[in-house]
Write a protein that binds this ligand. Structure first.
Ligand SMILES: O=C(O)CCC(=O)C(=O)O
Ligand SMILES: [Fe+2]
Length: 362
């Protein structure tokens, strides 16, 4: 379905009042059996007719990219583009190598063999057994993600090498101010397998349903261009921010706002090329939680140097608030338990272009 032909308004045509006035809109009732994937924003992927543009590998051009302190250029890039990359922020190659060994030590032999790259592809029939999926994590069309309630994503050594690392915490402090809520877990170890198919596989641009103030991807494996690097649509955080119920909410509760969100998302994908966050172990991508993003496509096999890409996704927020689990969409013990951040009572402001950075330290 083509939105424009079907009379879908662009964001500019929706007045802000229309978007935020619940009196003029129809409420969407949350589902009774939400499973972390049935949020209204996941029910309509990007229109098949929209051509997704080729990702452009990120090139460092900002002052301070190899420093712990944020430069003015980085702050202004983060505000306008929604992300920055800090190179070598976690300087511990040996531990990253050990982490890659740990990943492979837990891959079941029937699923992939580290020494045989012809076993690394995904296909729709390639699944974990029910038992393994309960203890290890899950598969998607892109790869194997290790995440579990009490192991993958909670290991003290993994937290020390990612979310809780002092340099990561120092960057967070500069962005959102103190106190940063101590991390209990990261989402897990997210793998992207190589693919042979350059035509039918598409990126999957989406926005996460998370109340984070800021998120990060810690790069674990060497990730040159075309090797599955995390992709972002630069600047999309600004346009996609106002559709949510409140600034950090996990809800878009009205039909009009949901439709406007889909329109804006598809318009963004149509006109903007994503940026691919290439990098090395210990580089960290900081990103605004409302940014449109996707796991990258891994063409390393076609290019003759097969690799599995691994990142550690982390979510952060300021502490000292009254936190709660959204009963329908989480994150919480029941829904999206792999996400560390929580909704909070103080989050009652309607998101507008004026309050995008209020409460931030930048
Ligand atoms: O693996 C990636 O690069 C992205 C993962 C992601 O977007 C997600 O899990 O929400
Ligand atoms: Fe995501």
């Amino acid at each position: 379905m083509d939105w424009e032909k079907n009379g879908c308004k662009t964001k500019e045509e929706f007045s802000l009042k229309e978007l935020i006035d619940p009196m003029e809109d129809v409420l969407i009732l949350p589902p009774a059996n939400y499973s972390g994937r049935s949020h209204p924003i996941h029910q309509q992927p990007v229109n098949q007719e929209v051509q997704i543009l080729e990702p452009i590998p990120y090139e460092d051009c900002l002052d301070g990219f190899d420093q712990v302190e944020l430069s003015f250029q980085e702050i202004s890039h983060f505000k306008s583009q929604g992300f920055i990359i800090k190179r070598g922020l976690i300087d511990n190659r040996e531990e990253f190598d050990r982490l890659v060994d740990y990943y492979w030590d837990h891959v079941p032999a029937y699923f992939m063999d580290r020494d045989d790259s012809t076993t690394w592809f995904m296909n729709p029939n390639k699944k974990l057994t029910v038992e393994d999926s309960q203890t290890l994590g899950r598969t998607s069309s892109t790869g194997l993600k290790f995440q579990s309630p009490f192991q993958f994503g909670t290991e003290p050594a993994i937290l020390a090498l990612s979310a809780s690392h002092p340099n990561v915490q120092r960057v967070l402090e500069q962005f959102i101010g103190n106190p940063v809520r101590p991390t209990k877990r990261v989402r897990g170890l997210y793998g992207v397998s190589p693919t042979y198919d350059t035509t039918s596989t598409r990126l999957s641009p989406h926005v996460d349903v998370i109340p984070a103030d800021i998120s990060a991807m810690v790069i674990v494996t060497e990730t040159p261009p075309r090797c599955g690097g995390f992709c972002v649509w630069p600047g999309s955080h600004i346009n996609l921010y106002p559709f949510w119920d409140t600034r950090n909410s996990t809800r878009i509760s009205t039909q009009k706002r949901l439709e406007a969100f889909f329109c804006e998302r598809d318009r963004t994908v149509r006109i903007l090329a994503p940026v691919e966050c290439v990098g090395s172990p210990g580089d960290v991508v900081f990103w605004h939680p409302r940014i449109l993003h996707s796991a990258g496509k891994n063409y390393s096999m076609i290019d003759g140097n097969p690799c599995i890409r691994i990142v550690i996704p982390c979510d952060f927020q300021k502490n000292g608030r009254i936190f709660f689990d959204d009963e329908y969409y989480g994150p919480g013990k029941r829904e999206q338990w792999w996400v560390d951040v929580r909704n909070f009572k103080e989050d009652h402001e309607v998101p507008t272009p004026e309050n995008l950075w209020s409460g931030w330290n930048i």
